[in-house]
Write a protein that binds this ligand. Structure first.
Ligand code: ADE
Ligand code: ZN
Length: 338
């Protein structure tokens, strides 16, 4: 019998919750700082890694926005994306729906077009060279106001044929989904898919708002939904995909120990959970490591791993034909695995 790590590595899977700025490894951060003559508040790669001890989401975000300052040119964004794709190609990843935070860059004077063109070039290169397909999701920063989100949507206008959807990220508590109901409505009217971080640190009420006021197609994280049985029943009934991020939850103290991570409980409750990395350069693992760490900690069976892999494609924004091809590839893989 193949060991669990090897079985996981070969299993075709999609990543649905990945902030591309969160895949900036300290080595690339230093290289880009040198290339662009940006001063870093750290002397060495080791000092950067040593600073990655977080006690909550805000602790992390403060460092994450600092790190993004080295990203200035189209080539920087392309290199960032390609470094991520090369890494997850080794994890059996076939498709990625990646978040980007345009406001983090436009607020520093980097034009929206530089960010979008660079990322799109990296995505095209990954498809050509690695066979990994991808879609782009523009995230509104929830600690900023709705006018700023509307301005971002206007800047995105020339790119809307190449952007699959919009999301909502950054500091959750104190910034409920209701704050962004109108810009999500406007995004929906432009044919964009909708996702939102909810229930990572925020209460179940924020998940209800994401469903009822934003009309999201997926919930990012959703952990705290489990505190509300009526919400769990609703999510299960609607087959709502949750993009769960085990190592992120551990690093940001959403859970005290991976052994008590709710992933298995979510599956037992009939929720459509998926496994993702969130910000892999900051949280100690890419897609494969999230799968193996979570599977080992909560004791997932092969059957449950296959369910998670199928959930990742079923919950994606691929079309029905593409989904069917990936699901068939999973079945073929399982059939030949001994
Ligand atoms: N931005 C990057 N990672 C995030 C997370 N886990 N939650 C909210 N905003 C984020
Ligand atoms: Zn996230």
């Amino acid at each position: 019998m193949q060991d669990l790590t090897a079985f996981i590595r070969g299993l075709p899977k999609a990543e649905l919750h990945l902030h591309i700025e969160g895949s900036l490894e300290p080595e690339l951060m230093f290289e880009l700082a040198r290339r662009n003559q940006v001063d870093l508040p750290f002397a060495t790669v080791e000092a950067v890694r040593a600073a990655y001890a977080f006690s909550n989401l805000q602790d992390f975000l403060d460092i994450y926005y600092q790190g993004a300052r080295v990203l200035l040119t189209e080539a920087d964004f392309q290199d960032l994306a390609m470094a991520y794709f090369r890494r997850v190609a080794q994890d059996g990843c076939r498709h990625v729906e990646l978040f980007f935070d345009p406001q983090t860059h436009t607020d520093r004077g980097v034009p929206f077009s530089v960010v979008a063109d660079g990322l799109l070039a990296g995505m095209a290169q990954a498809e050509r060279e690695l066979g990994i397909t991808s879609k782009l999701i523009l995230c509104y920063l929830r600690h900023l106001d709705e006018d700023a989100a509307f301005a971002t949507l206007r800047q995105a206008e020339p790119y809307l044929d190449r952007i699959a959807g919009v999301g909502l990220d950054s500091s959750e508590v104190g910034h409920p989904p209701s704050k962004f109901a109108r810009v999500f409505q406007a995004s929906r009217e432009r044919g964009l898919k909708l996702v939102a971080h909810a229930g990572e640190e925020g209460p179940p009420a924020y998940v209800w708002e994401a469903l009822d006021l934003l009309h999201v197609d997926r919930i990012d994280h959703g952990n705290r939904s489990l505190e509300d049985p009526r919400l769990v029943a609703r999510l299960a009934k609607e087959g709502m995909t949750l993009t769960v991020c085990p190592l992120s939850n551990l690093k940001l103290c959403v859970v005290d120990d991976l052994k008590v991570h709710p992933l298995k409980r979510m599956l037992d409750l009939g929720l459509h959970a998926t496994v993702n990395s969130d910000d892999p350069a900051y949280f100690g693992g890419y897609l494969g490591e999230n799968w193996t760490a979570a599977a080992g900690a909560v004791g997932l069976t092969r059957e449950e791993l296959v369910t998670l892999a199928k959930n990742s494609f079923e919950g994606s924004f691929l079309n029905e034909g593409e989904k069917a091809e990936h699901l068939a590839a999973i079945d073929a893989y399982v059939a030949q695995a001994d």
